[in-house]
Design a protein. Structure first.
Length: 239
């Protein structure tokens, strides 16, 4: 008898991105962006199943080649107006048994680390937690935001904070654009919690500028990790 999956990762990856054509397969550091996300999910070792949902055959073939399952979604769930919620629901309906939890993992979460998924999994094991969202602190205090008029004039969105020092303002957080993970059945006592990830893990890739920044960070982090690994090996050998 097949064991019911406790946790699955669903990676929506449609092929029709307009602002960045073929975004999910964009080559980064010698591999498609999607491949890095798949490998992060596998390396976390917290999922019983990992699936990529797409209407695009090349994306589905890429998913299978990197060791995960593929789910072909209907075309009416593949336009740029479709929210990811119905995409995940479509996949869940195809299953013979429902998992305990689903992690919506974005195909562009290029900078996410396996450790962050492990941390989210640990949080979700609490009886008082229903869902975990990856969040990141705003780069600058959002309380001091400005509004820009049609004539180019500026004014503070909330003048109350005009004389406040940045260091005195409480931090505010945004969706990191990495993942959200939730239990399919929740109780009234359970709550949603945030997992704060570093800003370098939270580049939401919506524009060519975002892609440039994320790719550069990925190269820098990969080089840094490689150098750390080499240094550790050299240190052990010298000992």
């Amino acid at each position: 008898m097949k064991k019911k999956p406790a946790a699955i990762a669903a990676i929506p990856a449609r092929g029709g991105s307009k602002r960045i054509p073929r975004k999910n397969l964009y080559p980064v550091n010698g591999r498609p962006m999607l491949a890095w996300v798949i490998e992060t999910a596998i390396a976390a070792e917290v999922f019983d199943d990992i699936v990529v949902s797409s209407e695009d055959d090349e994306i589905l073939e890429t998913a299978v080649s990197f060791g995960v399952n593929a789910h072909k979604r209907p075309l009416h769930l593949a336009d740029d107006r479709t929210h990811v919620g119905p995409v995940v629901e479509d996949y869940l309906k195809s299953l013979s048994s429902q998992p305990d939890s689903v992690c919506l993992l974005y195909a562009t979460a290029l900078l996410l680390k396996p450790e962050q998924l492990k941390q989210a999994c640990a949080l979700l094991k609490s009886d008082t937690v229903s869902s975990v969202l990856a969040i990141a602190e705003f780069e600058s205090p959002i309380q001091r935001a400005y509004e820009l008029g049609e004539d180019g004039s500026i004014r503070m969105a909330d003048p109350t904070f005009f004389n406040w020092r940045s260091q005195d303002l409480p931090p505010r957080y945004r969706d990191a654009g990495c993942f959200s993970w939730w239990k399919l059945h929740r109780t009234q006592e359970q709550r949603s919690v945030g997992l704060v990830v570093p800003r370098q893990s939270a580049v939401d890739i919506d524009s060519p500028d975002d892609l440039f920044i994320a790719s550069a960070l990925h190269r820098a982090i990969s080089f840094s990790d490689h150098q750390l690994d080499v240094n550790n090996k050299c240190s052990k050998n010298s000992g």
